[in-house]
Structures are given as structure tokens and as C-alpha cells.
Design a protein around this ligand. Sequence first.
Ligand code: GLY
Length: 266
Amino acid sequence: MTSYPAAMILASSPPTTAFVRAPSPRLAEAELTFLERQDVDVERAGAQHAGYRDLLLRLGLEVVAFPEAPDQPDGVFVEDVVVVVDDAAILTRPGAPSRRGEVETVRADLVRRGFTVHALRQPATLDGGDVLQVGDTMYVGRTRRTNDGGAAQLARLVAPLGRRVVRVDVTGALHLKTAVTALPDGTFVALPDWFDSGAVRGDVVVVPEPTGADVLLVGETVVVAASAARAAALIREHGFRVESVDISEFEKCEAGVTCLSVLTRR
Ligand code: GLY
């Protein structure tokens, strides 16, 4: 297995804070691209969201809730509206027009928290779910949601912070992070049929379930969806501590564990 020096993988110390948002009562109307619509139990989603928040608390994070956005069915997927790099918070311009109203609802909390806030501008489109940060590299999916203009504007904003953007074609999934994320040592966990795996630098572990490639790192702990038990076992076999969390109602809305939070060091 490839071993990168820890400094290459972790841009800095582990996260201290998780920004989240309560699910909307209209969650069942969330955007769908690759999935068929299924019944969503909003009450159960609320309980699963509480379980997710509790897990982040147990892992030592302060959990901060963005303002509720009851009229935004996808508003719970906060990852898509802001990309955080060090002390910069970059508000995105989501690819789905229905989601653009979510963006400004998070600005005030980010300013209050001391972030320098930037914003992507038309004609850029970019969802945070298409941005995978591994060390100093920011892999940006080229998807139905994120265009070249979005990647280019992001690249200009993060270059002074020492980050480089690498674009990755994604064909089989909504977001890059549906198809690939990385473990704490930089090994990728992935569904290689869904993206151009030649674009990522490092070893790739193929996961067995369609929900197993989207993992959330909280320091050295790897958070995996409960629906991906075989991926969780595989990641444990690679020597990592794994926590599973049931997010089945959000999975029906085409989301994974990373979608539900933005982890920061502020
Ligand atoms: N429902 C997740 C998204 O389409 O953005």
C-alpha cells in the first residue's frame, strides 16, 4: 500500500467543528439524478440526523447548526454549499438551480466564526460533493453539477493557499465523492467504474457496495454508512478505526455521509 508522509495527507490538524443543518420537512422532494424516487420517512430522517450529530459529538467535534431552511428539500446536504480550505470558506454555486437558495443561508455563521468568505460566480457551477481534498490536492469532479468554470474559479481562490486543483471526470455518480474518497493515509476507497480513476494519485481500494466509497474522516476515524458493512470491514482490515452510521433515508435522496456536514478547524 502507498504510504505518504502524514503531512502530505493532512493539510493540518484534525477538525474541531462540524457544521450541519436539520433536515427539511420537504426532504422527500430532494433532487434525484441517478436514483428512482422512493418514499422518504422524514421523521426517521430526523432521528438518523440526530444519530449522525451524536456520533460527531462523540468523536470530539463541536456541532454547529446552520439556520434551518424548511423550504430547501436538499438543505441538509450542507457539504454542497461551502468548501472550506484553512480559514477560507468558499460559497459554491450549486449545479441544481433548485439548490442555489441554500447558499446565502450559511454565510452569516461562517463570518461569525471568523472565516474569510468568498463566493463562486456565474457561469461557474460547483457542488461541494465534487471536491475531495487530499493533502494539498483538491480533486474536483467534472459532473452534471460542477463545470469547468467552477473548477477554474475554485483553483484561482485556493492557489494562494498552496492547493492545486486536479479535475476528474465522473460518469456514473452524482458527485465525485459518491465515487471516491480517501482514508487517513491517502489510500482511496472507490468505485472505479464511476470515475476516471487514473486521475487520482495513490493506491485505490475497490469497495463492494455502491454506498461504500463515500467515507467521512474525523481525524483518524473513518465514518462509513451502515449500508456499506463490507466496505467498513475492508477499511478495518486496512487498520483503521471505523464508525458506522445509519443514513438510509438520506441515501434515498442520493446522499452519503460526507454530504451531511462540513468539517472545519474553526
Ligand atoms: N439530493 C442530493 C442532490 O441532488 O443534490
